[in-house]
Design a protein around this ligand. Structure first.
Ligand code: ADP
Ligand code: MG
Length: 261
């Protein structure tokens, strides 16, 4: 049965999509069966996995509106297959932006993704959900089906402030909609050890959140930023880069955490 994780942080540009696609590729590389769900209308995780969002017949939008099943809408990427890091993709594009409004009238609207993913849970070890930069109905759908939340964060001054809002939302979802939900961990990303402030914030994080902070640290690495323009995760684009190696280490850390739960 798949363990389902949301990659969430209501701030934009903090590394959610980079984390989702590279963790997916890293997990695939260490032999895990993975489905990546793109819940952001920008469709960056879809494109970054080698799937053209403009050419998709069915997306997560159709799944949320129950006009398609996950089994019908998921796709594979030949680029990932060739690299031996293959994972399935439930893609997104701009159409998804309308889902929010269209779902307002529907019953059990926050449980739609949960119900849909339950049908394919046997096919995977991990399902990773890339959330949009908001605490919207889309993110709520993600949080409702997840066992845990992975929070990528940059070690900057305002990082802790934004975290409080996310922690509150997760507490509310936990109390009202999903008893299983917990923050599985904070992932320090785009880390530059030469910057004293980043080291300080990193220490504060460890003091406050202890073992909720992943051991693996993702460095700032230009190869990770270049990879999306080639339509592949950094783990595939340049496996020997520091960034790629960090994400494979993070995948191994995730596998261990799940095994020890
Ligand atoms: P989000 O999904 O939270 O909006 P992204 O994953 O799209 O954030 O990352 C924002 C930008 O930062 C992108 O241009 C991405 O390529 C870049 N980026 C993310 N992680 C790293 C990293 N570890 N090193 C260098 N650049 C990164
Ligand atoms: Mg994103």
């Amino acid at each position: 049965m798949a363990k389902i994780f949301c990659v969430a942080n209501q701030k934009g540009g903090v590394g959610k999509t980079t984390t989702t696609v590279n963790l997916a590729a890293g997990l695939a590389k260490v032999g895990q069966r993975v489905l990546m769900v793109d819940l952001d209308p920008q469709g960056n995780a879809t494109m970054g996995s080698g799937v053209d969002k403009r050419k998709l017949d069915l997306t997560v939008y159709d799944v949320l509106l129950e006009s398609a099943s996950v089994a019908e809408a998921r796709v594979q990427s030949s680029k990932l297959l060739d690299a031996g890091c293959s994972y399935d993709i439930l893609g997104a594009n701009r159409e998804l932006a309308g889902a929010e409004v269209e779902m307002v009238e529907l019953e059990r609207r926050e449980k739609r993704l949960k119900n849909a993913l339950a049908q394919v849970a046997q096919d995977y070890d991990f399902i990773l959900i890339d959330c949009p930069p908001s605490l919207s109905m889309l993110t709520l759908n993600g949080l409702c089906c997840a066992h845990g939340v992975i929070v990528p964060m940059q070690c900057e001054y305002f990082a802790l402030e934004g975290l409080a809002d996310l922690v509150n939302t997760i507490k509310q979802v936990h109390a009202n909609l999903n008893k299983e939900l917990a923050i599985i961990g904070l992932l320090r990303v785009m880390f530059d050890p030469r910057i004293t402030l980043q080291q300080q914030v990193s220490e504060q994080l460890k003091e406050r959140f202890a073992d909720k902070v992943f051991n693996t640290v993702i460095p700032r690495n230009v190869r990770l930023a270049e990879a999306p323009s080639y339509g592949v995760p950094g783990v595939v684009f340049d496996p020997l880069s520091k960034g790629a190696q960090a994400f494979v280490a993070f995948a191994e850390e995730m596998v261990l955490r799940i095994a020890n739960q």
